[in-house]
Each structure stands twice: as structure tokens, then as C-alpha cells.
Design a protein around this ligand. Structure first.
Ligand SMILES: [Fe+2]
Ligand SMILES: [Fe+2]
Length: 286
């Protein structure tokens, strides 16, 4: 399996990174860290923001010109989650290990001024574009403090992927990334089952969701978009306060507040969050 140093960032594609970055700063407290500008070999610009209580960052990509791969992504799928990036100690070793695991990094090993990189294509990973990188020089890692934003954001708990075959995906993620499966559950009346996996070298978790039966939100998602990144789940200080703060933005919870499940929670529709489905939950009071 791969050795991971850390989970570096979650990336999304947007039409206008400035507007997107400002909105997520307001809502979630994601604080702007730096901008990057398009170059001939990377025809996209964007920003990186810090997320409270984690060393993982939030990246926003904006295409530069009609031929940009980010523009192609936007044309095909619209704005939303784009890739996940992890740091490895040695990119050659990581690429060789992927080959041993039967996964050929597409495009080989590439580099820019800061990083040497390899990619796992979504067709090999159940719909997720993974970027692996080795920094060329030591990088500062963010502290873990940060702001809570209007929604009272505390932390990201997990990133969820939709898959037609949970067991096979869990085995793959364990073989390739060393993720180990924890709690698994079934919710037949909502048409899905799930499993939570721990990711090495980060407090973030990965959730796999698989449809049960013929109808439900996941069946619709898979039919429309295929397997891949589904939602980001965040703890907030208070569900009620977050609902109120969203109402001030003219946004209401998609499907209302769920009182029945694992935690009191609600979803913000991708329509209201530039293509990203967010779940916000609160921990029960001790
Ligand atoms: Fe990225
Ligand atoms: Fe989830």
C-alpha cells in the first residue's frame, strides 16, 4: 500500500474562485491562504483556504480558457468536488507501488516548481481523481485553529463517495491507501448502506455509500453522475443556529432537518453551495 504523510487538500471546480472562496469563508470560516495563477502547463487558477481544526486545505480551481481541463470538467459535470490530494514521502516509490497494485498512474510523474505529482484516474478508483505529490522542499503545515463562519463550523468529519459496490471499494481503498473499515450500517427505508473508513495520517474519514434496492437519493446520483465524490460532512456547533444562518442567505435545508439518524443533521443542496453537497451535523450534548 501507499505510505501517506498527510491529507493535503480537497479540491473543487468553480466558475469564479473569488466569489466561491468569499462565500465559503463567510459560511464555513475557510480562510483564504493563497492564490495561484494559470500557467501554460496548468491552464487554471484558483485559491487555497484553511479549514478549521485540520491541516487539510480547501482548494478551488477556476479554468483559464475553453481548453482548460477544468473547463471540460465544468462543461460535463458542473461545479463541484474535483479531486483529493495526499502527500507521500517519495513520489517514485508511490508510483512504483501503484504499479505493483495494478494501478498505472495516468500521465506518469509530472512536476511544477513546488511539487512532483502522480495521479490515479477515476476509472481506476471508483470515480475519484486522486493526486499524490512529494514536495520539492519542506512545506509549512497550517496550524489547526481557524474560524467557524456564519454556520458555526467545527471540523470536517468525512468525505463520502457513492459506489455501486461498497465491499469491493473498501477492499481497494484498504489495499491502495491502507484505509481500514470501521462502522458499517444499513438504512433500507432510505435505500442505502454505508461504511466509514479511517484514512491514515489524517483525522478525516472516508465514507462509502452503496444503494440498497431500486430507489433513493443514491440511485439517482449514480444514474446521473456515476460513482465518485458525493458529499462532505461537517460538524457544526448547533444545527438550529446553522439553519438560521442559512435562512439569512435565503437557503433552507434540503429535505429538512433529520432527527432520526446517526446525528441531528441536514444537507445543503449542491444548488445552494456551488455544486458541493454538504451535510452539517451536531454532536449530542454530553
Ligand atoms: Fe489540487
Ligand atoms: Fe456522510
Amino acid at each position: 500500500m501507499l505510505t501517506l504523510n498527510r491529507f493535503d487538500h480537497i479540491s473543487m471546480a468553480a466558475c469564479d474562485w473569488r466569489a466561491q472562496c468569499a462565500r465559503f469563508a463567510r459560511l464555513f470560516g475557510f480562510r483564504f491562504l493563497r492564490e495561484f495563477t494559470p500557467r501554460p502547463d496548468t491552464p487554471f487558477g484558483g485559491s487555497v483556504s484553511r479549514i478549521r481544526n485540520t491541516a487539510t486545505e480547501w482548494e478551488i480551481l477556476q479554468p483559464d480558457g475553453p481548453d482548460s481541463l477544468v473547463q471540460k470538467f465544468l462543461d460535463q459535470r458542473g461545479p463541484g468536488l474535483h479531486h483529493l490530494t495526499v502527500q507521500v514521502p517519495d513520489i517514485e516509490e508511490a508510483a512504483a507501488e501503484l504499479e505493483r497494485l495494478g494501478v498505472t498512474p495516468f500521465g506518469g510523474i509530472s512536476e511544477d516548481s513546488m511539487w512532483r505529482m502522480a495521479y490515479i484516474h477515476p476509472r481506476d478508483s471508483g470515480g475519484v481523481l486522486w493526486q499524490l505529490y512529494e514536495p520539492k522542499r519542506a512545506e509549512p503545515v497550517n496550524g489547526t485553529r481557524g474560524e467557524a463562519g456564519a454556520l458555526g463550523f467545527r471540523r470536517i468529519d468525512h468525505i463520502a463517495i457513492a459506489s455501486p459496490d461498497l465491499d469491493a471499494r473498501a477492499v481497494w481503498l484498504e489495499r491502495v491507501f491502507g484505509m481500514d473499515a470501521g462502522r458499517c450500517w444499513e438504512v433500507p427505508d432510505r435505500g442505502y448502506k454505508g461504511c466509514m473508513l479511517r484514512i491514515p495520517a489524517t483525522e478525516l474519514k472516508l465514507e462509502i455509500l452503496e444503494p440498497l434496492g431500486d430507489e433513493g437519493f443514491l440511485q439517482t446520483f449514480l444514474a446521473r453522475r456515476g460513482p465518485g465524490l458525493h458529499h462532505v460532512s461537517c460538524e457544526v456547533e448547533s444545527v438550529d443556529a446553522a439553519v438560521e444562518a442559512l435562512a439569512a442567505e435565503g437557503v433552507s435545508p434540503a429535505g429538512g432537518v433529520d432527527e432520526s439518524g446517526w446525528r441531528r443533521n441536514f444537507f445543503i443542496s449542491p444548488r445552494d453551495a456551488n455544486g458541493v453537497l454538504f451535510q452539517l451535523f451536531e454532536e449530542p450534548e454530553a
